[in-house]
Design a protein around this ligand. Structure first.
Ligand code: UD1
Length: 341
């Protein structure tokens, strides 16, 4: 059975392609390489022994997207990752974010509808909850006004999907990710941030390697055990496996409604300092860091209630923070050797 993975050479996409192939799915990737590299298709092949089919084009191109779906009208499902995801950049370039994230979604849904492809998995985010009033946060928690255009694209996308499901044959699962980190055990694939990383873990690994002088810890005056902000970090391989489960759930007609939403997190929150300590413990490296003012737009604390996903999907995040740190570090070193930067 053939699955389309948009954004399949990206961070979460590439790990998901590996898990799909391992479960016997045939994969075709579409990626515009805006935040990834063509070589990732070879890296995937190095892990699984199979090079996924791979087309490079932009899903905001309506004609190309329509032609793709016409050619691949035998798809068993679509996992849609392709989107821009830098919060700060989205504040500076809202039109770019709305165009990229929403037009590509619309073109994909239109292509599916015109070719009677019904199974759709969407890459959503815990950002839709904002700062929740109740922790851990369950899927029932209210959606808060978005803090950024990026976050707003995830909220609007979920609404577009809900409206489409209600009047077409489309079935959809939105997966709301908490903070994916780490890399594949093989160190063949991992996170490849372009330029200066925004996210915590690539910044940590680049600092450990001496590419950055020190990590800036954004704020230590939050109402948490050590004053730094808390997130639910989840190993990217655990996250990838949940996508395979979601696809199988749709194919096997196990859905309880035509639009389902699941939190993908571990249920445990760690502070920025907890993460630094875990990195130091896993690698034996002392990390340089400085406490700075809070980063605008950051929330204080969030972690998932994964009970519904655990029960309904029969899926559970298994890897702990130490393993996340060790794999991220192994990948950072391997990637510098591989890509020479
Ligand atoms: C953000 C978004 C999330 C999005 C993700 C993808 C929100 C609330 N969250 O996650 O939806 O999917 O980016 O990019 O919009 N930190 C430092 N120093 C650094 C970097 C980060 O202290 O150099 C801290 C942050 O303040 C935060 C934690 O580390 O407390 C995690 O930050 P980050 O990895 O950027 O992810 P989020 O902001 O949680």
């Amino acid at each position: 059975m053939k699955i389309l993975v948009t954004g399949g050479t990206g961070y979460i996409g590439s790990h998901t392609v590996v898990e799909l192939q391992r479960d016997g799915f045939e994969v075709v990737i579409i990626d515009n390489l805006s935040n990834s590299r063509a070589e990732i298709a070879d890296q995937i092949a190095a892990v699984t022994g199979v090079r996924p089919a791979f087309e490079v084009f932009d899903l905001t191109d309506r004609e190309k997207t329509a032609a793709f779906f016409k050619k691949h009208n035998d798809l068993a499902g679509v996992i849609h990752f392709a989107a821009s995801k830098a919060v700060g950049e989205s504040v500076e370039q809202p039109l770019m974010y709305y165009t990229n994230n929403l037009c590509s979604l619309l073109n994909v849904l239109e292509g599916m509808k015109n070719n009677e492809i019904t199974n759709f998995v969407f890459s959503s985010s815990c950002t839709v909850y904002g700062q929740p009033d109740v922790l851990p946060v369950s899927e029932e928690a209210p959606i808060k006004p978005a803090e950024s255009p990026y976050g707003n694209t995830k909220q609007i996308s979920e609404e577009i999907i809900r409206d489409t499901v209600s009047v077409t044959e489309l079935k959809a699962i939105a997966l709301r990710y908490f903070n994916p980190i780490g890399a594949h055990d093989s160190a063949e694939i991992g996170e490849l941030p372009q330029g200066v990383p925004n996210n915590l873990v690539p910044y940590i690994t680049q600092t450990a390697l001496g590419i950055r002088d020190y990590l800036r810890v954004w704020g230590n005056d939050y109402d948490t055990h050590d004053g730094t902000a808390i997130r639910d970090y989840i190993h990217v391989v655990d996250l990838a496996k949940a996508h395979v489960v979601a696809v199988q759930r749709m194919i096997e007609s196990k859905m309880k409604s035509d639009f389902e939403i699941f939190n993908l997190g571990t249920g445990t929150g760690y502070s920025v300092l907890d993460v630094i300590r875990a990195f130091e413990k896993a690698t034996g490296i002392k990390l340089n860091y400085k406490i700075m003012d809070r980063r605008p737009g950051d929330i204080e604390k969030v972690w998932a209630d994964p009970a519904f996903s655990n029960k309904e999907l029969g899926w559970k995040a298994e890897r702990g923070l130490d393993e996340m740190m060790a794999s991220a570090w192994k990948w950072e070193q391997a990637y510098r050797e591989k890509f020479g930067e």
